[in-house]
Design a protein around this ligand. Structure first.
Ligand SMILES: C[S@@+](CC[C@H](N)C(=O)[O-])C[C@H]1O[C@@H](n2cnc3c(N)ncnc32)[C@H](O)[C@@H]1O
Length: 293
């Protein structure tokens, strides 16, 4: 059987020295020798069980992300027989399948729905899932995250999104809040909504003019302020939120994780959001109209 043969090859290849050279001794959710079949299915290990440098970046992204979420995942597994998760903008299912694999390894119940608007990617996800022998735990749908109907999804405990483009991260947040998810974990990328709004302020003067007038700074600073606004909005919607670096910038420059855990609403959040919007030029996020405040 190919998986047995490949596992033997991978265990022989991933000596302690090679593993140490790859990981630098960091604790990870999985090491190559521990999950060769999964990593081969995901295309992160080559046929000879080696890992190409560009594949290592994705390997570290998903590994670090899952490690960071372990306390929340463990708490959800303790509370629910089957933890149900939506992976919004799942792409090629790297995170989706690692989450399922880790739950299986710990003998915990999990069901994951991966959603992506690209039908070719979803076909690839299904192929990978079959190879990784995780089809009993993971399903996929072609859909727009912003158009998912919460009532049709049933009980969902967590919504995750790794690099869901631009406002798709807001869609994932809005979905998580609408579902009352216990955990919403998003690693945003290409946050462009605010930068687009700021571009209309170019040349208007004002305290933020040096930022509005420099397209590069506009994009960079808008990305962080977008995340600050998202955090504030999530607090108003009843979540305790942190922002943390989940992977080194050598693995991805988009390495911020917003981790929101359902708790009590911050009564000051609406004021804080309005103050942040006012201080930076008056442009906010459409997400503000979609969340309870
Ligand atoms: C940069 S990729 C990240 C994929 C995956 N999460 C990963 O980290 O490998 C972003 C993915 O989000 C999907 N996407 C973007 N906007 C979406 C939306 N509104 N609804 C569903 N999928 C979306 C894209 O098709 C793409 O596969």
């Amino acid at each position: 059987m190919w998986s047995t043969r490949f596992s033997e090859r991978a265990r022989a290849y991933w000596t302690a020295e090679r593993t140490q050279a790859l990981t630098g001794g960091k604790r990870l959710a999985i090491l190559p020798a521990e999950a060769p079949g999964l990593l081969r299915a995901l295309g992160l290990l080559d046929g000879d069980a080696a890992m190409a440098p560009d594949r290592a970046r994705k390997f570290f992204q998903i590994n670090h992300l899952v490690r960071l979420l372990e306390p929340q995942l463990a708490a959800m597994h303790a509370a629910h027989t089957v933890v149900r998760i939506v992976d919004a903008g799942c792409g090629r299912s790297y995170l989706t399948l690692l989450l399922a694999h880790c739950a299986r390894m710990r003998g915990a119940g999990i069901e994951i729905l991966g959603v992506d608007r690209d039908p070719d990617l979803i076909a690839e996800c299904r192929r990978r899932t079959e190879i990784a022998e995780l089809s009993d735990l993971v399903h996929f749908e072609v859909d727009n995250v912003g158009e998912l109907e919460p009532a049709k999804l049933g009980e969902i405990h967590a919504v995750v999104a790794l690099h869901a483009c631009d406002t798709a991260t807001c869609d994932a947040i809005a979905l998580g809040v609408a579902l009352g998810a216990e955990l919403i974990a998003v690693a945003p990328c290409c946050q462009a909504e605010l930068a687009r709004a700021w571009s209309s302020l170019e040349g208007t003067g004002g305290g933020f003019a040096p930022v509005w007038n420099a397209p590069h700074l506009r994009r960079e600073i808008a990305a962080h302020l977008t995340d600050a606004m998202r955090m504030t909005l999530l607090r108003g919607a009843g979540y305790e939120v942190t922002a943390a670096e989940f992977a080194g910038s050598e693995h991805t420059p988009k390495n911020t994780l917003l981790r929101a855990i359902r708790g009590t609403a911050d009564a000051d959040a609406a004021r804080a959001y309005a103050a942040l919007v006012a201080a930076t030029g008056g442009c906010g996020l459409r997400l503000a109209e979609r969340l309870p405040r």
